[in-house]
Design a protein around this ligand. Structure first.
Ligand code: FAD
Ligand code: FES
Length: 254
């Protein structure tokens, strides 16, 4: 059940370039949160009124803390990056459906860019063998965290600065990555080609979509995604019905 809470910032530091690692104390939201869900953060400046959606990267239910990893891209995330330890952040959450964790022998996790953070809590909740495939323009984030969570980590970068030179799908093909289930989050184009890869290999695949959002709670149609419905499609809301969908449900060719 979602709640509005005034969270206390415990940590908010830059980990690389314009990417920040934030820890907040938000026991009411943390209590009900699960892997793949997100929160909305209010900017609190009275001008940029709409809250910004940020995925939950890690959940510490015992301490009532959440970890968020976010990239500064505009006004809202710029405001968050200026917040100091001890200051208050109004949030609403947990939001969205999150990943339906499967009981599988081998799970694959595929993340692209700033879509990587929600996979960390997911990896921590999955049993069995885990392979994490991450793609970035350059550099990498959270590699050590995934390894600590017991996963084998493969990295692809566009410029070849870390790991394989190319994209995640090319890397998966080169390494013949297979398993029982895929959990993924990242740019729509990556998810589209991942969906095709999963279909060819016969792997069940879950995609977390990051559409632009307005209300974030299902009250507008700001985040519609096309879901197959016979020969046609219906619109579903990423914020309420998602962000996670089975890749077979999504109409990719729009
Ligand atoms: C379910 C969900 C989970 C997300 N989780 C994370 C996360 O864990 N970490 C993180 O850094 N970001 C995440 N995002 C993206 C984040 O919400 C946006 O980057 C943020 O809202 C931008 O706000 P802003 O005011 O800083 O930028 P704005 O001034 O609103 O926009 C600046 C630029 O960012 C682009 N942008 C804005 N929203 C999005 C979006 N949803 N997707 C892609 N581009 C966008 C705009 O097109 C524009 O070019 C998530 C988005 C969704 C929908
Ligand atoms: S953002 Fe308003 S319905 Fe999803």
């Amino acid at each position: 059940m979602k709640k509005i809470e005034d969270a206390i910032i415990l940590k908010n530091v830059s980990i690389v370039d314009n990417i920040f690692d934030m820890k907040i104390k938000a026991p009411a939201v943390a209590e009900n949160a699960s892997a793949g869900q997100f929160i909305e953060i209010y900017t609190g400046n009275g001008v940029n009124i709409l809250p910004r959606p940020i995925s939950i990267c890690e959940i510490d239910k015992k301490e009532g803390n959440l970890r968020l990893v976010y990239q500064v891209v505009g006004k809202g995330t710029g405001i968050f990056s200026q917040k100091k330890e001890g200051s208050i952040l109004r949030i609403i959450g947990p939001l969205g459906n999150g990943y339906n964790i499967k009981n599988a022998d081998k799970s694959i996790f595929v993340g692209g860019g700033i879509g990587v953070p929600p996979l960390l809590e997911t990896v921590k909740n999955v049993k069995g063998q885990k392979v994490v495939v991450l793609g970035f323009k350059n550099g990498t984030i959270l590699k050590d965290d995934f390894e600590k969570a017991g996963a084998k980590v493969l990295i692809a970068t566009d410029d070849g600065s870390v790991g394989f030179k190319g994209n995640v799908i090319e890397l998966m093909k080169a390494e013949n990555v297979t398993g029982d289930v895929i959990y993924s989050c990242g740019p729509k184009i990556m998810l589209k080609f991942l969906s095709k890869y999963a279909e060819e290999k016969g792997i069940e695949c879950f995609v977390s979509m990051e559409e632009r959002m307005a209300c974030g709670i299902g009250a507008c149609v700001g985040c519609a995604v096309k879901i197959k419905n016979g020969d046609s499609y219906i619109n579903k809301k990423v914020c309420k019905d998602g962000p996670v969908f089975n890749s077979e449900e999504v109409l990719w060719n729009d």
